[in-house]
Write a new protein. Structure first.
Lengths: 198, 198
DNA sequence: TCCTCATGTGAATCCACATTCACATCATAA
DNA sequence: TTATGATGTGAATGTGGATTCACATGAGGA
C-alpha cells in the first residue's frame, strides 16, 4: 500500500497535482484516474479526501489563485517602483510559461464558458482579483508619476493581462520556436510607451 | 418527421448550430443531444451527416475560421487605411461580444490544452492565421507610415489580439455591467499610442 | 497486546453520452 | 406508378470515467 498521509497533507498534494493536470490537459481532459496515479494512489482513494471531481477542481483552483496572487504581491514587494513591478511580473509570467508552469497557462485558457456554474464563478473571481491587483499597481504608478494619470486603471490592467494571454496560445502552437521571453520584452516596450509618461 | 434537407445544407446548418453551442457551453459541455435538438433533429440523425462528435466539432471550427477571417478581410477592405482597419476590426469584435456572437468569444477561450490533438492543432492554426492577417495589417501600416517601423509586426499583432481577450473574460464575469464598447475605445487609444508614429 | 479509526484498495456500479442499427418515410427518376 | 437511394426515427448497445462499497491495513492509544 502507498505511504499513508493525514488527509490535510494529502488534500494539498492532490490539489497541486490536479492543478498540474488541469494546466496540461484542460478541464475537459482532466480525469480522476490520471490524477490518482500522479500521486501514487488508486482512483477511489481520492474520494477519501474530496467529495468528487468538482471538489478536486475547486481545490486546484484555490491553489491556483494563491499562486497567482502571490506572484503579483511578490513583484510588488520586490520591485523598486510600480512600473518595475509590472515589468518584473511580466517577465516572471514568461518564465513560468517557458518552464511549463501552470499559472499563466491556466489564466490564459481559463474556460470562459466551460464547466459548472460554480466553477466558472470561481475562475472569474480569480481573474477579477488578478486584474484588481494589477489595477492597484497601475494606480500606484499614476500616483508616483510614472504612469499617465489620464489613463483608466482598469483598461491598463486589462491591457497588461493581454500582453500574456495571446503569447501563451502562440507558445502552445509554435512550441520552442516561439521565444516568449523575447516577445515579452518587446511587448513590454509597447506597453510602456502606451501608458508611460514620456 | 422533420423537414428533410440534402446533406450539404444540413451539414452546414448543423455546423453553425454546433459553433453556437461551442461558444455557449465550451467543448466540455458540448453534446450531440443538445445539438440535434437545436436543429430539430433526433441525435442519431446527426450521424447521417457527420462521422461523429469530433467531426462535428471540426466542421464547427471551419465555420468559425471562415467567419473570423472574413471579419478581418472585411475590415481591411472597408477601411481607408491600415490603422483604421484595425480600429474597425476591434470595434466589430466588441459588437460581436456584446451581441453574444460566438466569434471572439471562442477566440478568447480557445481551449489551449483541451481536446484531441487534431482539434487542438486546428484551433491553433486558426489563431495563427488570425495573427498573421493582423500582422499583415500592421506591415501595411508600417509601409504607409502610420505605424512605427521599428516595431515587430508579430508583437504588435499579438498585442492587438490581447486587447480583446481579457475583455471577453471580464465581460463574462461582470455581464452587462462591463461596457465592452467603452473599454475597447480606451484600449484602442493605448494601442495607438504604443504603435503609432506620433 | 489489542482496539479502533483513518486511510488505502479492488471490484462492482452507475451514468451520461456517443454510437449503431433496423426500420420508416420521402423525393425522384425511370 | 413503382423502385431506389437518401434522410429521419426510436430503440438498443457500447463505453469511458466517476462514484460507491465492502474489505484490508497500518498507526496510535488504552
Amino acid at each position: 500500500m502507498t505511504q499513508r498521509m493525514n488527509t490535510e497533507a494529502r488534500r494539498e498534494q492532490i490539489a497541486c497535482a490536479a492543478l498540474g493536470l488541469l494546466a496540461e490537459r484542460g478541464s475537459e481532459g482532466f480525469n480522476i484516474a490520471e490524477l490518482a496515479e500522479s500521486v501514487g494512489l488508486v482512483p477511489s482513494a481520492v474520494y477519501r479526501h474530496f467529495e468528487g471531481r468538482e471538489d478536486v477542481l475547486g481545490a486546484a483552483l484555490d491553489v491556483f489563485r494563491d499562486r497567482v496572487y502571490a506572484l503579483v504581491d511578490a513583484a510588488r514587494n520586490e520591485a523598486e517602483n510600480p512600473l518595475m513591478a509590472l515589468e518584473l511580473l511580466l517577465t516572471r509570467h514568461a518564465k513560468l510559461i517557458e518552464s511549463g508552469g501552470a499559472v499563466p497557462h491556466i489564466m490564459a485558457s481559463m474556460d470562459v464558458p466551460g464547466g459548472r456554474a460554480d466553477r466558472r464563478a470561481k475562475t472569474q473571481g480569480i481573474f477579477r482579483g488578478y486584474v484588481a491587483r494589477v489595477e492597484g499597481l497601475v494606480r500606484d504608478g499614476q500616483d508616483s508619476g510614472q504612469i499617465r494619470s489620464d489613463i483608466d486603471p482598469t483598461s491598463a490592467a486589462l491591457l497588461f493581462a493581454g500582453l500574456i494571454q495571446p503569447a501563451v496560445q502562440l507558445r502552445h502552437a509554435e512550441g520552442e520556436r516561439f521565444d516568449i521571453t523575447a516577445h515579452v520584452a518587446r511587448v513590454w516596450e509597447l506597453f510602456r510607451r502606451a501608458v508611460g509618461r514620456d
